[in-house]
Design a protein around this ligand. Structure first.
Ligand SMILES: Nc1ncnc2c1ncn2[C@@H]1O[C@H](COP(=O)(O)OP(=O)(O)OP(=O)(O)O)[C@@H](O)[C@H]1O
Ligand SMILES: Nc1ncnc2c1ncn2[C@@H]1O[C@H](COP(=O)(O)OP(=O)(O)OP(=O)(O)O)[C@@H](O)[C@H]1O
Ligand SMILES: [Mg+2]
Ligand SMILES: [Mg+2]
Lengths: 256, 256
């Protein structure tokens, strides 16, 4: 049984893509078989793997829109134990056309039940910064929703909407959806960051990962090279902090 | 004739909301009559004005979904010469339901032709980080598209999609749509930032504002207090740099 995680937040620019990639690579380094699923029309996860969005014949758009088999879209990456389903700008059509179909929210969940998907220990899905049909599909398929968030006012406020969305998904299509909040892009020297981080810990308690990801410019650079941070700068703060997160996640999953 | 500006970028977290608010306040300070239009379901521009999203009876959702008059949704802010149309989470419905209507992309353009709208020198629209029906409405109504962007790899790549979208809008609904790119959240000390900024200047030339907005933690703090940066910390770097941008914009509009 593969464990399925969605990385989603309506707030933009909170490191959803960066976290999906860096955590995926850290889990692969631990020896797990990991599949990355790029569900964002921006295709940043595809780009971060050194691939040109739009060049792959089969992408997540074909799975969602045409019902094509998962295995047709899986490709290898430059990282051992890490595979990818690319995205393309056609995913914009998924956002527009899926909602008219009956039970459209179960398309991805059902595609991830295939034998091919069961070969993976973890399936990590990067979502766009919107709460439409694509994100609904991801949250319906997921065991866990990871919500990357900055320790900033707009981001903290977005968590209120995210809690509302979790309640809706649990009612409509996925009663067992769990969540964990991850603080990213943290600047420990910044007073506002420290204050909001404190508030988040008080409000969410165990709903927050203990692991925190601080600002590390190496994380901006690795997508340019097309490899994950753990290969680009294995001893960087970013690599280390995502390894700690990977260990905390493995412990969490084991307890479930 | 009011001059209409859309702040849009598919890439999330690039300071669309921060720029709409800070630039709007700087133009109001110069004596212009300015209307801020919050078109994002996240309602961050509404929140930054110290208002509770969802509490306003009439919002941009009523204009787009119900065809209600612009003047019903306009409210004053704590800043002289600056008024606001709030947003609410109902705007998510606009994203889903508008595309089935004939000529849905002209709803906002037509609403901004009302006599009430003509009282304003500038109308500034904050868009969500997605390229759906709401953003199409804004780009159809706008004289100018301002694209805030970080000097980072994913953001720079998003500009390619934005150019494609501009071509589509010019063909379909707004042949005179102009654009200007604004570099935001710049860290002058960061090598990757300097390198990408250089590349953007070479690629886009005059398509780029000369003014640049650097990282200034005061810009993160002002939304918490519910007033614009020019009132919260008038002598901060953020306030000064948005005043320079306002002057460059005024000069640009005068030449049109
Ligand atoms: N810890 C970090 N330190 C420094 N830069 C970071 C870090 N995490 C992410 N970034 C950079 O911040 C920007 C935003 O991150 P990213 O694009 O992953 O966010 P996102 O939530 O996926 O955005 P979107 O909402 O557009 O999908 C990117 O340019 C990324 O390279
Ligand atoms: N120049 C700046 N210096 C420091 N922080 C900034 C600056 N500009 C914006 N910010 C902060 O960066 C974060 C992202 O900015 P903002 O929310 O305005 O971006 P956005 O493009 O509107 O995001 P979204 O895609 O979610 O709508 C916010 O927390 C904001 O307070
Ligand atoms: Mg992303
Ligand atoms: Mg915004």
């Amino acid at each position: 049984m593969s464990y399925i995680i969605a990385f989603s937040n309506e707030k933009g620019g909170v490191a959803k893509t960066t976290t999906t990639y860096a955590l995926g690579a850290a889990l692969a380094e631990l020896g797990s078989q990991v599949l990355l699923l790029d569900l964002d029309p921006q295709a940043n996860l595809t780009l971060a793997n050194g691939l040109e969005p739009g060049k792959s014949a089969h992408t997540s758009a074909e799975i969602l829109l045409d019902g094509s088999a998962l295995q047709d879209s899986i490709q290898t990456t430059q990282t051992t134990n890490l595979q990818l389903v690319a995205s393309s700008s056609r995913m914009v059509d998924a956002e527009h056309f899926l909602p008219v179909r009956m039970n459209y929210q179960f398309i991805l969940r059902d595609a991830l039940k295939s034998p091919e998907a069961q070969k993976f220990d973890y399936i990590l899905m990067d979502c766009p910064p919107s709460m439409g049909a694509i994100t609904t599909n991801a949250l319906t398929a997921a065991n866990l929703l990871v919500i990357p968030t900055q320790a900033e006012y707009f981001s903290a406020y977005a968590l209120r909407d995210m809690m509302t969305i979790i309640r809706r998904i649990r009612k409509d299509s996925n009663p067992d959806l769990a969540y964990r909040i991850l603080i990213t892009l943290l600047d420990e020297r910044n007073r506002a960051h420290r204050a909001i981080r404190e508030q988040l810990q008080q409000t969410f308690g165990a709903g927050l990962f203990t692991a925190v990801i601080e600002i590390d410019t190496r994380l901006r650079e690795s997508p340019i090279v097309g490899i994950p941070i753990s290969q680009y700068r294995p001893n960087s703060r970013g690599s280390q902090q995502y390894r700690i997160l990977a260990q905390e996640l493995v412990d969490y999953v084991r307890q479930q």
